[in-house]
Design a protein around this ligand. Sequence first.
Ligand SMILES: Nc1ncnc2c1ncn2[C@@H]1O[C@H](COP(=O)(O)OP(=O)(O)O)[C@@H](O)[C@H]1O
Ligand SMILES: [Mg+2]
Length: 227
Amino acid sequence: MTAPRLELDNATRTYHSDGEEVAALRGVSLRLDAGSVCALLGRSGCGKTTLLNLAGAMDFPTSGDVRIDGRSTLAMGDAELTALRRRTVGFVFQFFQLLPTLTVLENVELPLLLSGRTDTSGAALDRLRWVGLEEKARAMPHQLSGGQMQRVAIARALVHEPEILIADEPTGNLDTASGETVLQLIRESADRFGVAVLMATHSAEAAAIADRRVHLRDGQIVSVEAT
Ligand SMILES: Nc1ncnc2c1ncn2[C@@H]1O[C@H](COP(=O)(O)OP(=O)(O)O)[C@@H](O)[C@H]1O
Ligand SMILES: [Mg+2]
């Protein structure tokens, strides 16, 4: 048996702000295998983004553990964490987060440049072709529709062939048709490239592409449905 791509083991995360304690996650256990899509569902404030931050090693559990490919993120040093964020994980956000002063192609090349790769434009163009936007390579982000921006963001998130894709409300700012296209690409990233996808969402359409739907309430898993 190989280690799951991602494993949360009784993970808690407590924030301390203005002298108050907020228990954003309270003992969450979850595993995610290659080629699978898991949707995190639940109302605003239930802990979805907190969980995604732990899963992407952008943040750490207060107690319990988070393991990526069997390695605890708590045990990783700065260099290992940087390498992990640049090589192993890709991120997609609700508001796309493209860099406005870079072209579409340059946005997609960025993860490769950050991880020290040369000859970045070939791989970036391949990914743009995959999302159907090769002809927009020289465009600036503001010249694109929201749906196109999110497709560019998906190309960028996957250009370095990460093992894990973390998507935080990826269709939250899109119309239904654009959202459908984005969801197809996310599903395909699991099916074709074997990426393990963890996606927070409010949308029934997004939940429908998942193999597993994990419902959170007040920082705890209340139910899990598998397709
Ligand atoms: N940086 C932070 N500092 C303090 N509280 C936070 C912080 N981030 C999130 N929270 C709180 O943690 C809880 C979970 O938030 P979040 O993970 O953003 O939920 P969701 O993504 O499901 O809307 C909420 O009560 C939120 O107010
Ligand atoms: Mg959130």
